[in-house]
Design a protein around this ligand. Structure first.
Ligand code: SF4
Length: 176
């Protein structure tokens, strides 16, 4: 025990330092998302997050969007508790067999026009879980996907950039 305490005092932790925050670029990016959402939808963007079987790494980054630093609600981007109130389904993870029906029902419960964003490498093609007997693959194996945000996991800025790209695409090619 004493050796462990001494090790802890003498050596730095084996974790990476967090990247230096850049509040200005975050504010600019957030404002662009807000303007794009209001232009396309006439109001803020409502997001329902769906964990279809992830390791929760992607969820930690998505949760960070709501913390005091990113605080994305100030940019008109908010998470909602029901798919019936959502514009966007933000889906993480490979789709597990147990979550297939839940994901399908969530997609059907979301009113149109709606967009599906597959988050993370697992959301694209199953990622590190691809080939597992418990998984069906990426999100597009179950519901139509409009955008994929790569990364394992993608950080909050990458998530925000992905949402901006989604809104830009939606403005150019609106859904019926
Ligand atoms: S992409 Fe990475 S962090 Fe996200 S669910 Fe898959 S393994 Fe976890």
């Amino acid at each position: 025990m004493r050796r462990l305490l001494a090790d802890g005092l003498l050596h730095r932790p084996m974790t990476e330092w967090a990247p230096a925050p850049d509040p200005e670029s975050l504010a600019e990016l957030g404002a662009r998302v807000d303007i794009a959402a209001r232009r396309r939808l006439g109001r803020s963007l409502s997001i329902r997050q769906v964990d279809a079987g992830s390791c929760n790494g992607c969820e930690l980054e998505i949760h960070a969007l709501n913390n005091a630093f990113y605080d994305l609600e100030r940019f008109g981007l908010r998470f909602v508790a029901s798919p019936r109130h959502a514009d966007v389904l933000l889906v993480t993870g490979p789709v597990t067999r147990n979550m297939r029906e839940a994901l399908e029902r969530t997609w059907h419960a979301t009113p149109g026009p709606k967009w599906v964003v597959a988050v993370g490498d697992c959301g694209f093609d199953g990622g590190v879980f691809a080939g597992s007997y418990a998984c069906l693959g990426g999100v597009s194996a179950v519901v139509p996907v409009d955008l994929h945000i790569p990364g394992c996991p993608p950080d909050p800025i990458t998530l925000l950039q992905g949402l901006l790209a989604l809104l830009a695409t939606a403005a150019e090619r609106p859904k019926g």
